[in-house]
Design a binder for this molecule. Structure first.
Ligand SMILES: Cc1cc2nc3c(=O)[nH]c(=O)nc-3n(C[C@H](O)[C@H](O)[C@H](O)COP(=O)(O)OP(=O)(O)OC[C@H]3O[C@@H](n4cnc5c(N)ncnc54)[C@H](O)[C@@H]3O)c2cc1C
Length: 476
């Protein structure tokens, strides 16, 4: 998506930017830039004159001061795992990579907080919490690469949001460099602080359009002493939903994951992802992966066994297995985590990261399937995702033997058909991945006009020269 022809940035100005971080960390060699300008789906090829890799907050502030003074556009970037093109320089912007800003400044197991810089990977943050017997309860399949700054900027969801919420729920305080280089220091460790507007939440989910997050105080929780993981075969999404109600009534906040998938998606993972085996003896049209966690040492084994027995009796469960070892639980999770990747092998896939009220998921799926196959006969819907949050990755795979490029040309038509169903159920066209470049032009049609106007006013106020990720989320 090019909003305007790439503007060349003057060499003298580039040298001034490079001087802030040092030549070694101002990358101009196209081969070395490659990991920063292409994202994993290869949907948004980018181009940049320079990738800047500051190591301190002061360097980030100096970069933004100079960018603001010279009206030079900047794209903040964390782990480059975003799925909506938000982190890619689509109009020849400078990339500001935060991945050297990677100190864990403090872990405080008594206050249950951890202060991390933006470039700390989610995996490292979780390991640091585990080292003091605490849990940082954000769980994404991209955890080895994605960063705390990127998670907060996208308000990431993931597979534990049913119990612990999305990124926003994990943040107590934040440090942000504003467009003009001022540093907003609100590294608050307090749960209770009613001293005015909650500014941190402006920057969480802003996708780098309002400021550059440099650090955050994250909330930790006690580490569960026992976890039970079950893989359940079911006849339908309606049965999966009814089982969720049973499970939630019995286990409440101990339900830490509830993930839905189709047989067709499972088969692709079995075929294409090493180490995956079918957990159940016979095939079933739908599956859920359930995880219950508990502080009790003996664990929620009895609870899950009882729930599955009740589910069987009521015809909600066709078959189920509970992991007997950590390795088996990991294998169940590997199937879930490989679903997106495995779908690549089936050809073109038109993707939708949507949410509807949890109770509406079965009807949504039925109508979305009808809309998808009505538009392209033979198209293969392969939805999966976070049923417990009403968040479905509604992917539609090309018909068997169809031409991939021709199928992908129908991306916008397919989106329109599926989003119409989402709208009918009062859902969201972007549940957890954000808006970025991919959904920017759809935003005016789905946001309340007053909210949308306020968003634009905030952008003008905080970034009057439009240097921060211009053209992402909001049109320039
Ligand atoms: C295999 C896979 C599985 C995934 N699963 C999930 C999932 O279950 N749930 C989910 O929500 N997402 C998921 N994602 C998407 C992605 O991992 C998340 O959006 C993640 O939060 C992005 O983090 P990142 O560090 O890679 O950010 P990037 O991709 O680098 O950036 C994302 C956005 O944040 C901005 N940004 C990055 N860092 C900063 C900063 N410090 N300050 C200001 N702005 C910044 C960028 O400009 C961009 O707009 C998945 C991705 C992959 C590849």
């Amino acid at each position: 998506m090019l909003d305007k022809p790439p503007a060349a940035i003057d060499q003298t100005l580039l040298a001034r930017f490079a001087a802030i971080v040092g030549e070694k960390y101002a990358i101009t060699d196209p081969a070395m830039q490659a990991p920063y300008v292409v994202e994993m789906r290869d949907m948004f090829p980018g181009h940049t004159p320079m990738v800047l890799r500051p190591a301190t907050v002061a360097e980030v502030a100096d970069i933004l001061k100079l960018a603001n003074a010279t009206a030079t556009p900047i794209v903040p970037q964390g782990g480059n795992t975003g799925l909506v093109g938000g982190q890619t320089p689509l109009n020849n912007e400078i990339v500001l990579s935060l991945n050297r800003l990677d100190r864990i400044r403090e872990v405080d197991p008594v206050s249950n907080t951890m202060t991390c810089e933006a470039g700390v990977t989610l995996q490292r943050a979780r390991e640091a919490a585990a080292a003091v017997n605490r849990l940082y309860p954000q769980l994404l399949p991209s955890e080895g690469t994605c960063t705390i700054g990127g998670n907060l900027s996208t308000n990431a969801g993931g597979t534990a949001a049913i119990a612990y919420g999305v990124s926003r729920s994990h943040v107590l305080g934040i440090e942000v460099v504003l467009a003009d280089g001022r540093i907003l220091k609100d590294l608050n460790k307090l749960k209770k602080d009613n001293t005015g507007y909650d500014l941190k939440n402006l920057f969480i989910g802003a996708e780098g359009t309002l400021g550059v997050i440099t650090a955050a105080v994250l909330r930790l929780v006690p580490r569960p002493r026992s976890i039970e993981t079950a893989f359940v075969g079911l006849p339908s999404p309606a049965a999966a939903l009814a089982l969720l109600t049973l499970v939630a009534d019995a286990a409440g906040g101990n339900v830490t994951s509830y993930e839905l998938m189709t047989r067709s998606a499972l088969e692709l993972a079995l075929r294409h992802a090493a180490g995956c085996r079918d957990p159940l003896a016979a095939p079933h049209p739908w599956y859920v992966l359930i995880e219950l966690s508990s502080q009790a040492k003996s664990g929620p084994r009895d609870v899950i066994e009882d729930l599955l027995a009740q589910g069987l009796k009521r015809g909600l469960v066709a078959d189920a297995t509970i992991a007997d070892s950590l390795d088996q639980a990991k294998m169940f999770w590997r199937i879930r985590e490989m679903l997106g990747e495995a779908q690549r092998h089936a050809g073109g896939s038109i993707k939708h990261d949507v949410s509807v009220p949890v109770a509406a998921v079965p009807e949504f799926l039925k109508e979305a399937d009808a809309a998808a196959t009505g538009l392209i006969p033979g198209a293969r819907p392969m939805p999966f995702g976070h049923l417990g949050d009403g968040n479905i990755h509604y992917n539609v795979i090309q018909p068997e033997g169809a031409d991939k490029a021709e199928f992908l040309k129908r991306w916008d038509d397919m989106n329109a058909a599926i989003f119409a169903v989402v709208k009918k159920y009062g859902g969201s066209i972007s549940a957890e991945h954000g808006v970025g470049a991919l959904k920017r032009d759809l935003l005016p049609s789905v946001k309340d006009p007053v909210s949308f106007e306020l968003m634009k006013s905030l952008k003008r106020m905080l970034d009057p020269k439009n240097i921060l990720n211009p053209g992402k989320m909001l049109a320039p």
